[in-house]
Design a protein around this ligand. Sequence first.
Ligand code: UT7
Length: 348
Amino acid sequence: MKSSKIAGLGYYVPKNVYTNEDLTKFMDTSDAWIQERTGIKERRFADRKGETTTTMAVSASVTAIERANISVEDVDFIIFATLSPDYYFPGSGVLLQRELKMKEVGALDIRNQCSGFIYALSIADQFIKTGMYKNILVVGSEKHSFAMDFSTRGRNVSVIFGDGAGAALIQPATDGSSGILSSHLHSDGSYAEELAMHYPGTSGGKWLENKPNWSEQELGGMFVTPEMLENGALYPYMNGQEVFKKAIVKFPEVIMEALEKNNLKKEDIDLLVPHQANLRISKFVQKSLGLKDGQVFNNIQKYGNTTAASIPIALCEAWEEGKIKDGDLVCLAAFGAGFTWGSALIRW
Ligand code: UT7
């Protein structure tokens, strides 16, 4: 079976920079608190009117396609990872297909949050290996800034997340030694509510407790109710400590799983590009694996946590900075909502 490789990378971040100091205008927080707990100095927020998850994905994709030396017409499948799609449905994959004026190719949206890019890459890898597709566009894009509580109530979540997009064009590897060596995917749904945007959704029955006399017509509008708005239930919820505790165990575990599968050792990793969840998590993972500073790439300081976009943005930036060379062993790893986690090992 053929293996697959990343033939082109691109990323896009919005122009609007919001420093930690800027956030203190809306909520009770401080630059010192945010930097100490997360390592974040600033993040980008999309232009409120002009930019969406899809428009950012378009910019990242155009670069990835160009760098793979193919044209838009050559792309034969799209995999789009996001938790902040333009619409509840349809997914953003079809919007990307439309905006890029692509052929009527298949477009698959996946919902694996921070692990989204690794899940998407793994799916692309399987399609390439079976010979079904030859040029798969894998995208992670997020516009978090449209659904965050920028008051003190939401500060534990809203200081962490930022907007942006990253894209990778996946092709069959031409030589026998380079490409995606393996990918490893996991989940544990018993933590589903610990990091979640519970509403809007179809689980809103609990809001009926205050509405015993609602008519059938009113019940048809249960998806979003004024109470949800008043109670801040339409914003993401995060039990930060629970996420942290699990992340620092699962990151090293899934990285070791990838290495062992390929008979490789920690020292063989040239660059680990972890999902940019929190700089403290990355440092913890680095320490527990005994990796040197130069073996781990972090850019959360500039962009915050961009969920499904964070790995392709970081990977692309690392590549642009010359930190990834042919023959290097690159490890990608992620952990996040679901909980879901995963890793991929790539011989560049
Ligand atoms: O991609 C995966 C997504 N998420 C993550 O990876 C997040 C993992 N978790 C974390 O990164 C950390 O748990 C956080 C950075 C979210 C929070 O750090 P923490 O050390 O776990 O803080 P905490 O939630 O235990 O809160 C400590 C204190 C609380 O005050 P009291 O109760 O001690 O008075 C919070 O109210 O810090 C307060 N606090 C803040 N203070 C200033 C929470 N958020 C903020 C804030 N600014 N932004």
